[in-house]
Design a protein around this ligand. Structure first.
Ligand SMILES: NC(=O)c1ccc[n+]([C@@H]2O[C@H](COP(=O)([O-])OP(=O)(O)OC[C@H]3O[C@@H](n4cnc5c(N)ncnc54)[C@H](OP(=O)(O)O)[C@@H]3O)[C@@H](O)[C@H]2O)c1
Length: 253
């Protein structure tokens, strides 16, 4: 059987590295993507189970980058059946204490990276799927959103808003791409211990985060990767349109 091919953006560390590993372990050929840290991405690549993986780079927030990222993955893997939009950035801009210049710059960057980046990658991915020999049937798009879209991000409103928009994009595209046989889903992780969140776990904050979940621990990247790998599978078609909470019951909705 032909192995399915996946592109994981932001695969050089954290949740993306765990997703790349899980997809490789479940038989995929994986393109590991990063923005700048090529050494970290190549280190992930070297540890992936199986063969035939690839390395892709590019700033998803830069205009025109999405086409190059998809083209590079397709050139190396032959196709991309599964697109995982994982790359994302988080910055804080409390409205009462942030200058207008910083507020505006933060919003611009977060919209570019967390929303327009995935939207552009999806456009080019769908364009590839529509023109490939076997057609788009069976392809999967999984977007990494956030619990913050529902729970609120009082100090990081641009992050919460871009993730809420990514969930909405997921649901709109699940409807428009269904007729092509493409399932579109998202995960909404709660707090996960990664480079992105490590600075938020200093001192008593760590215990506060641990207490968020009745399971009494802080999530690790593989908790999210397991859900993403399942949503990427052929058998998950009927979940199209869903946003799965991956938050250890820390926020129920
Ligand atoms: N950690 C959490 O608690 C948590 C919770 C909910 C949702 N999430 C979401 O999960 C995703 C991964 O989070 P994480 O904690 O694993 O983050 P992380 O450790 O900071 O890793 C981020 C990854 O994204 C890449 N990236 C960042 N900006 C990029 C850009 N402009 N263009 C291309 N790639 C870029 C990074 O590549 P470089 O290393 O090359 O910069 C890196 O591979 C994000 O979308 C985040 O919002 C995280």
């Amino acid at each position: 059987m032909t192995r399915r091919c996946a592109l994981v953006t932001g695969g050089s560390r954290g949740i993306g590295a765990a997703i790349a590993t899980e997809l490789a372990a479940t038989g995929h050929r994986v393109a590991v993507h990063c923005r700048a840290d090529s050494a970290a991405a190549k280190a992930v690549l070297d540890t992936l189970p199986g063969t035939g993986h690839a390395f892709v780079t590019g700033d998803v927030g830069a205009p025109g980058a999405a086409r190059e990222i998809i083209d590079s993955a397709v050139e190396q893997l032959g196709t991309v059946d599964v697109l995982v939009n994982n790359a994302g950035v988080h910055t804080e801009q409390p409205v009462a204490t942030t200058s207008y210049e910083d507020w505006r710059a933060d919003w611009r960057r977060l919209v570019d990276v967390n929303l327009l980046g995935p939207a552009d990658l999806i456009w080019h991915h769908v364009d590839h799927l529509r023109h490939r020999l076997q057609g788009p049937q069976g392809a999967r798009i999984v977007n990494v959103g956030s619990r913050g879209a529902y729970r609120g991000e009082p100090d990081a409103p641009a992050y919460g808003a871009t993730k809420a928009a990514l969930h909405a994009l997921t649901q709109s595209l699940a409807q428009s791409l269904g007729p092509l046989g493409i399932a579109v889903t998202a995960v909404a992780p709660g707090f996960v211990r990664t480079d992105l969140t490590e600075p938020m776990l200093v001192g008593p904050a760590e215990e506060d985060v641990r207490r968020q979940s009745p399971l009494g621990r802080i999530a690790v990247p593989s908790d999210v990767a397991a859900a993403v790998a399942w949503l990427s599978s052929v058998g998950a078609e009927w979940c199209s349109g869903t946003v799965i909470d991956v938050n250890g019951a820390s926020h129920l909705r």
